[in-house]
Design a protein around this ligand. Sequence first.
Ligand SMILES: NC(=O)c1ccc[n+]([C@@H]2O[C@H](COP(=O)([O-])OP(=O)(O)OC[C@H]3O[C@@H](n4cnc5c(N)ncnc54)[C@H](O)[C@@H]3O)[C@@H](O)[C@H]2O)c1
Length: 336
Amino acid sequence: MRGCRVGLVGAGGVAQRHARVLAGFDDVELVGVTDVAPEAASALVAQHGGRACADVAELLAAGPDAVYVCVPPFAHGPAEEAVIDAGVPMFVEKPVAVDLVTAERIADLIARRGLRTAVGHHWRYLSVLDQARELLGDRPVRMVSGSWLDKVPPVAWWSRRDRSGGPVVEQAAHVLDLMRALVGEVTEVTAYGNGTPPPVDGADIDSVTTATLRFAGGAVGTLSAACVLGWKHRAGLEILADRLALSISEDGLLIRDADGERHVPADPEAARVAVDRAFIDAVRGVGDDVRVPYAEALGTQRLALAVADSARTGETVRLTTPVGPTVLATGVTVDA
Ligand SMILES: NC(=O)c1ccc[n+]([C@@H]2O[C@H](COP(=O)([O-])OP(=O)(O)OC[C@H]3O[C@@H](n4cnc5c(N)ncnc54)[C@H](O)[C@@H]3O)[C@@H](O)[C@H]2O)c1
């Protein structure tokens, strides 16, 4: 296959990152960018090439081999449908939607079309993950604590529940996705939000949320998400197994076991590059290392929404494992 011609839907922060990473690949050409804010698309093509397109239809008419959908959570749906309809491989930024109905509809369309997809859960490409798995070996995970303790990001839609889904869906989804990868599926969630939004105009999200999780494999865990700080304090996982403690973040792996304590650094940027490299290689037919296709991200979306639902309703949420992405049932039940 010749070089991969890529189109972008959305030209904001994360699209700029993908454009920069893709510009570093000598087998990728940016053919077009579309954004509901045309000036954002123009600025991106001025920097990285391609054409500013009026809409997704014009972008698809340029004949891309792959399209990245980099819109905020509330805006997912129409772009994906158009890309699937055109049969073009698609990379979707997380979270894949603000709700489950949209995500399940898109997953179903993808499955019917047999389309190649990837989702931006780049933590699955952290270089220390294999080492964490090796150290765990066949020791069962007993406990996991995940956290994302941060500020409110500087994008207007973030602090509105109907726009972002809230901090758990929008941000801590990376942590939940890594928990699924290392500890397995969650079967039950009970969560609490503090009911107090962060001090940002129009905010209606909880500024702190905490959840308890029960895993199918017997582990128990917690998730804490906060946006009350003025800085990013911590984002990552602590995993406890018999005589082993692992602490994993984008910066590396801290190991404590019978041999003492040691730190293995990881380069966060390397994982961000690897997620794009794996998708492009898969589209070009020269690689097969997409770790989170859309159907897999749907599992993380279900879990994140279960935490958010439980925090909102005060009820325990039980998750059932769906039989596949074509199943349109929510896979979520709320205790009466
Ligand atoms: N994987 C990661 O590490 C990572 C990092 C940052 C952001 N993200 C995710 O990427 C998504 C976007 O975040 P961002 O920081 O780029 O936001 P942003 O607000 O900076 O950019 C979003 C862009 O999308 C455009 N847009 C909105 N609706 C659109 C539509 N219907 N069609 C085309 N364009 C549309 C906006 O005009 C804006 O330019 C979020 O879901 C966020 O969680 C992921």
